[in-house]
Design a binder for this molecule. Structure first.
Ligand code: HEC
Length: 196
């Protein structure tokens, strides 16, 4: 074979290759639909919360536990273990310093954003109502969702039981632990049908 024939063979091989590539990219362009990164629809009342594992965000309206019941049976030791997460930024001891976040001694029922010497975000200082169990329970689930604009950059504690245990521990970190509310009365029985 002379070089002319070799050229033809090389040309044919190259041609086929180019054809294959063209088909490949062509079909890819046709069928490779880009996947949306966000949900295209929005469900009313459902706030997207940042989740660590990419799990679907839970609706924010989580039922509040009856603290009169759950605190009494909470695991204070487990709560103390969880509080080490808070200690990355907060001192929990009496008379302790403010750190990245304010000192949290006596937190339960303490007025919000009023610990001396700490410079709160305007979001946090927008309210000075007391930190009740209910409010702490909501806030600690997802601080940035509960108080948008807070500078507490903590993802939150998804588990309700973790938050209950933590609150059971935090209430003990006070000169006078905040009282445990009375358990909610059992649901009243169905009212008897009115007699005509
Ligand atoms: C990454 C640091 C960081 C971690 C971790 C953290 N916090 Fe905070 N926290 C802050 C900062 C900063 C503020 C002040 C927020 C503001 O002013 O918006 C704050 C504020 C608060 C407040 C409001 C205090 C007040 O005086 O009104 C509470 C309550 C609180 N944190 C509880 C906790 C608890 C409980 C944990 C552990 C589960 C925790 N934080 C973990 C940084 C942190």
């Amino acid at each position: 074979m002379d070089s002319w024939e070799w050229n033809k063979i090389a040309g044919a091989v190259l041609g086929t290759l180019i054809l294959v590539l063209v088909i490949k990219f062509g079909t890819e362009a046709l069928f490779d639909v880009e996947k949306p990164t966000k949900e295209a629809y929005h469900v009313e009342g459902v706030v997207e919360t940042p989740t660590a594992g990419g799990a679907p965000a839970a609706p924010v309206e989580e039922p509040l536990p009856d603290f009169g019941t759950v605190l009494a049976s909470a695991d204070v030791g487990a709560g103390k273990a969880i509080s080490t997460k808070c200690e990355q930024c907060h001192d929990l001891t009496k008379g302790g310093p403010n750190r990245i976040g304010p000192n949290l001694w006596g937190l339960v029922d303490r007025p919000r954003a009023e610990h001396p010497g700490f410079s709160y975000s305007s979001a946090m200082s927008a309210d000075h109502g007391p930190w009740t169990y209910d409010k702490l329970f909501r806030f600690l689930k997802s601080p940035q969702v509960d108080i948008p604009g807070t500078k507490m950059t903590f993802a939150g504690l998804r588990s309700a039981q973790d938050r209950i245990n933590l609150l059971a521990y935090l209430r003990t970190q006070a000169d006078t632990p905040a009282p445990i509310p009375a358990p909610a009365p059992a649901k009243p029985a169905e009212p008897a049908p009115a007699k005509p």
